[in-house]
Design a protein around this ligand. Sequence first.
Ligand SMILES: [Zn+2]
Length: 302
Amino acid sequence: MQRFLRKMGLGLLLGLLLVSPIYGQTNSTADTFDPERAMAHVVALADGIGIRQVGTPNEGRAAAYVATQFVAYGLDTRVQPLPVYNLYSQNVIGVLPGTDPEAGTIYIGAHYDSVPWGPGANDNASGTAVLLEAARILANEAFSPTLTFIAFGGEERSLGGSSYFAGYLPPLEQYVARGMINMDCVGWGTAQGIGFVDESADPLIQKALDNAVALNIPADVAEVPNSDHASFATINIPAIMLYSYAPGRQDCGPNYHQPTDTPDGVDPVQMDRVAQILLATVRDLANDPPQRRLKHLWLPLL
Ligand SMILES: [Zn+2]
């Protein structure tokens, strides 16, 4: 059923376990977003690797970078190879298994590729950085549902990575999915946005809005169809996108899809705000009773 998934990083994981401190996590940033770590990810992806066009070695290098981080956080890490038109790309998938096998899965994602003519610091090394920080923080917690973190390849070519992932998600996994939260362009502007495709996202939007209010972070809601959450909405999984913006313009800012989309234009304060909304919303969603449990499905399967 999951023949396209290839396990990787076990050796590295074992190596990390052998050198892990015996007395557990002592890092004070274990449970909070760390702007320095996030900016280091943005710089590593946008400056260190640079342009991450789908199907290129640089896109593969970025995938390897993300996979290395997932393994370091202790996630069950896999790479999903996939075609995008006549090119090859890959999704990087990190899984934190839930304590209740019937409680379904929450998907958290961001694309790591860029357009061919720019290093994509805000679009979307910023979202990838928040994805990595969320994975690092949440990996220290226990949840009933499974948390699946996905760094998508090929987003800039027709949502290549996420449409492949959603298209090959087994029907049972689709049935018990709790929701999907995507992050794209989260490091510029002055405000936070919650994007959606259809009304199935309404409860998830409400959760994100409530959390933004509780955190005293101004946030707005808009219909946004052109990023990876749309691939999950297509298979009837409630999906939203968190993004940053400046009132008056709804795109990814003045450097959008330009060679000037470099790390110096990425604001860690904006990434922090998106991360806070994301973390609170994931915890809320995880604490909800599952709407659709596997045991409810036995009759139709006969
Ligand atoms: Zn993007």
